[in-house]
Every structure is written in C-alpha cells, then in structure tokens.
Design a protein around this ligand. Structure first.
Ligand SMILES: Nc1ncnc2c1ncn2[C@@H]1O[C@H](COP(=O)(O)OP(=O)(O)OP(=O)(O)O)[C@@H](O)[C@H]1O
Ligand SMILES: [Mg+2]
Length: 505
C-alpha cells in the first residue's frame, strides 16, 4: 500500500528582489517518514521550509497537507495546522525556565495552578516517552545547546506538531548528542510523526532518513530513497560533479614553532594550557562544546586577558596586545559564532569583507574603493559566495555563504598564524572540499594553524596533532594518526586511560 501523503508542496516559486530563490519546487513527504532536504549553500532549503512554516509567502505554487490544500500565512497558522520548525538559532527565551518556554503562548498558561500541574505532567510524559532529557526548572540560559534543542522538540510536540522541521539540527551537537537525537527522531517516526530535516552531512542523512530530496540553485534535482543512495551519489546530485569526500593531505616539513601558549590560565575556565604550533602544522583541538574552547579562542585573539600565563607569536610576547594589534601582526581568526563575532549583519558584503583590516585599505585618510572592490570580488569569486553583488547586505546571505565569506576574508588577508573555529559548520560538501583544500594550502605555505572543531572527521582528517580539551584542560595530546574516532570520543567525554598517550611536541 502507498504510504499516506502528509505533505505536498507543488511548484513553489519564491523570489527575493531579482534573486529567484525557489523555481517551481515540488516536495512530497509521506506520513511517518524522515525526509532529508539536501543541497548546496543557497540552494533554497531554508526558504522552502520557511514557506511551509508561514514565515515567507510563496509567490506561486500550492501546499497540501493530508491532501487538502492549505494557506499558511504565519507561523501561528502553521502551528495550528500541526507544523513546527526548530531553527539553527534557537528561538527560546533565555531568562525564562525550560517549562515556561515550552508552554509559552499556549492556552493552559492562563488557567492557573491546576492547569500548570497538568501541563507539567504532559511535558514530563513527553520527555520520558521519547528519552528527551530536560530539566524543567532550569533557566534556558543555563543549559547546554543539546538540551536547548531537546526543549525545542518537546515544545513542538507540546503544541501538537505532526510535521516537525529541523534546520541543520546536528551542526552544534557532539557525536553522542547526534546519535541521541536520531534515536528520538526514529521514535517520533514510529509514533507516526513526519520529520523533515535539513543537513549537510551525508553520513547522517544516510543514517537517519528514509528519503532524500535534493535542491540545487532553487530547483528540485530529484528524490532518492536512502537504501539506494551512497554519499557519492548524494554529493553528485547536490553539486553536479564528483566531490572528493576524503581529504588528501600531503606531507609538509614542519618549520619552527611560531605560536605558543605557556601555562595559560583563565579563572577556572582554562587550566594551564601549553600549546606549540609549528609553521606548516595543523593542531586540532577536539572537545565537547563548553569545555573551554570559547575561552581559549577569545584569549588567543585578545578578547579576554588570561589570569596568568603568556601567548608567544614569533618569540614575541603578545599577551597584552589588543585584537587589532594581533591582526596587524598576522594573526587570522575565524570565530565560533559568525553572527556574534564574525560578520555584521546589516553591513554590506564589502564592509564585512574587510572588517578588521580597514587600515590596510586607507589611502591618505580615505578608503581605497578600488582595492576594496578587488578584495571583495576576489573573495566572492574564489569562495563561491552566492550573492547578488558586493553591495548586498550580509543578512541576505544563506548560512553557508556567510561562512564562506568569513573564511575568505581571513585567508585573503594573508595571515601567518590561523586560529580557526568550526570552519565548515553549515557549509555544503562542495564548499567543504574547497575550504579543506584551502586550509591545507595554508599549511603548505608554512602557516601555523590551530583548528577547533566539533566535527571529529574534520579534526582527524586535517590535524597533524590533536589535543583534547576537557573541563578547561588539555587532557591528552598526540599525533593525528594516534587516535581512533572512538578513542577521541572517550577522551572528549572525560575518560582518560592510564596508558595515556601524551606526547611532547
Ligand atoms: N530574506 C532574504 N532576502 C534576500 N535574499 C534571501 C533571503 N533569504 C534567503 N535569500 C537568498 O535566497 C537563496 C536561498 O537561501 P536559503 O537560505 O534558502 O539557502 P539554504 O539552501 O538554506 O542554504 P544554506 O545551506 O547555506 O543554509 C540564497 O541565495 C539567499 O541569499
Ligand atoms: Mg539554510
């Protein structure tokens, strides 16, 4: 028997100004299916889902839910129709409790204590049935990302969602959290819920989805069931050519140490961090998010001062130098959160393309627009940033394109030491291939590179040495090839074996 159709989007067209983001896109999802939307950065995935969730209105095309034509003109209406969306940037209110966030906007809140108890029970039941562990009375600002995501999912279910959309839900999760999330999604599926998930990770797609639809350039490239798909087939459908999914890493002779930290402490957040990075070397920092990576990055770039210890760049102590002075000396920095520290959203693309490097574009006190245009256009071209022009606002960039702009800016300005956080987060496979090649080419040019990434594959493929950070301390360090994925996972979770492999650089 044919599975029932939960959703059909028919010939959806959507333009933003002169940019056609969606061009006659069809999407059919069966009830009780986990359906994955794949596609290059800027392909239109988020836009299509925002139309389904009522944030955007389509210019043309129809939406059918359970074979009935519907019009969804706001998220509120989407929720009434049983559709919920969990975004990459969670929509929770930080200074309210988990419980308050879950019931926010629902009728029961108005009916006093009795109803409160009832909703608590309902939430507790949902959480238990699905193995979605959340602490109801914690403030949202005090819980880790993985838990915030669980809160969002419970919130969706609490509102009666039948179709749940997740936009890149695994980008911020650890491998363990990813497998927990997938378990939850499969339980939901058994319960008859329909799931649409957007991801860039092909392995994950194959592990969790029943069916995949690929978008390219605002057009539907076709659908395939996962039993017939391989990572290579999916990559080919996405990009339209073969993609190297494994990194080919040549040998590079290490030069002298050009970047070093000595006994770095930051209150109780960083404990005696000693790192040495040679020219032509990539040192990877592996760790579960929240174990000091943020503090380490901010200390290295000069956004906060260490309580004790020092940072040495080319035998010069830069511990007290400002961010600007460090950039001037050739420290390049790709921050963790591109929205927070990387790009200014309402700046034009060209402004963001030189952000932090403005001084280099001054000529007799004025900005040298010829040089700025050249820089911006080179970055857009080399890093395949999909944008109308360098005068476009950065807020109109899709997630992956914003990331490519950020990486492009830093690499273009010829740094000698690179501090790179999550360089390929939210980036499509074709662009990952390109960015990895660029990072390796920086390595062959003799740059010293510190790579912080939550993506273990990335850490293992790129790093010459790997250091695991746990509770603010480096608990183990060794050559890249020394660790299996499982071992790294274990160390990241705080397990340290007696026969620890700490090797001195
Ligand atoms: N509000 C907007 N204003 C102008 N252009 C937009 C807007 N939202 C999206 N776009 C453009 O529409 C296209 C599709 O964007 P969308 O965010 O749907 O891509 P995506 O497939 O989700 O990409 P990614 O994988 O990078 O998240 C992009 O070229 C993007 O720049
Ligand atoms: Mg997107």
């Amino acid at each position: 028997m044919e599975a029932l159709e939960a959703l059909r989007m028919n010939k959806i067209v959507k333009s933003f100004g002169s940019l056609k983001a969606l061009d006659q896109v069809d999407l059919t999802v069966a009830k009780g299916e986990i359906h994955c939307l794949l596609g290059e950065n800027g392909a239109g995935k988020t836009t299509l889902m925002k139309i389904l969730y009522g944030i955007h209105q389509q210019d043309e095309g129809e939406i059918y839910l359970n074979a009935k034509k519907v019009k969804i003109s706001s998220p509120k209406e989407a929720i009434t129709q049983g559709i919920s969306m969990v975004f990459q940037h969670f929509m929770l209110i930080p200074n309210l409790s988990v419980m308050e966030n879950i019931i926010l906007g629902q009728e029961e809140t108005k009916m006093g204590i009795l109803a409160d108890k009832e909703s608590r029970n309902k939430v507790a039941n949902l959480s238990e049935k699905l193995g979605l562990k959340v602490r109801l009375d914690m403030l949202v600002e005090d819980i880790p990302v993985g838990e915030k995501q669980r809160v969002e999912i419970i919130k969706a279910l609490y509102r009666g969602a039948e179709i749940i959309i997740l936009d890149e839900p695994t980008a911020v999760l650890t491998p363990q959290e990813v497998s927990e999330l997938f378990k939850v999604l499969k339980t939901l599926k058994e319960d008859g819920k329909t799931i649409i998930i957007i991801t860039h990770k092909l392995k994950e797609t194959l592990a969790v989805a029943d069916k995949v639809t690929v978008l390219r350039n605002g057009k539907n490239q076709g659908s395939i069931t996962t039993d017939k798909a391989t990572p290579e087939i999916l990559a080919q459908m996405m990009v339209g050519r073969n993609v190297m999914l494994e990194v080919v890493k040549g040998k590079v002779e290490k030069g002298p140490v050009i970047f070093e930290t000595k006994g770095l402490n930051l209150k109780d957040k960083l404990k005696n961090i000693n790192l040495k990075i040679h020219a032509g070397e990539i040192v990877g920092i592996a760790g579960v998010e929240g174990n000091g990576q943020t503090e380490l990055l901010e200390t290295l770039i000069g956004l906060c001062s260490p309580t004790s210890g020092s940072i040495i760049f080319d035998q010069k102590d830069i511990t007290k130098d400002s961010v600007e002075e460090r950039l001037d000396q050739g420290l390049g920095f790709i921050p963790e959160d591109r929205n927070d520290r990387g790009l200014v959203n309402n700046f034009k693309l060209w402004q963001n393309a030189i952000l932090g490097y403005q001084k280099r574009y001054e000529k007799k006190g004025l900005l040298d627009f010829a040089a700025i245009t050249k820089a911006s256009e080179t970055i857009v071209k080399n890093y395949q940033v999909k944008v109308l022009g360098i005068d476009s606002k950065s807020s109109s960039l899709s997630g992956g394109n914003a990331q490519k702009l950020l990486v492009g800016r830093v690499f273009y300005h010829n740094p000698r030491v690179l501090i790179i956080a999550h360089p390929t987060r939210g980036v499509d496979v074709g662009a990952i291939e390109y960015l990895h090649k660029e990072i390796l080419s920086m390595r062959s040019q003799g740059k010293a590179i510190l790579l912080v990434s939550a993506d273990l594959d990335e850490i293992r493929q790129l790093s010459d040495r790997i250091a695991v950070i746990y509770e603010g301390a480096i608990t183990i360090e060794g050559d890249g090839g020394d660790f299996t994925e499982d071992e790294l996972g274990l160390y990241m979770a705080g397990g340290l074996r007696p026969e620890s492999k700490v090797v001195k650089a």
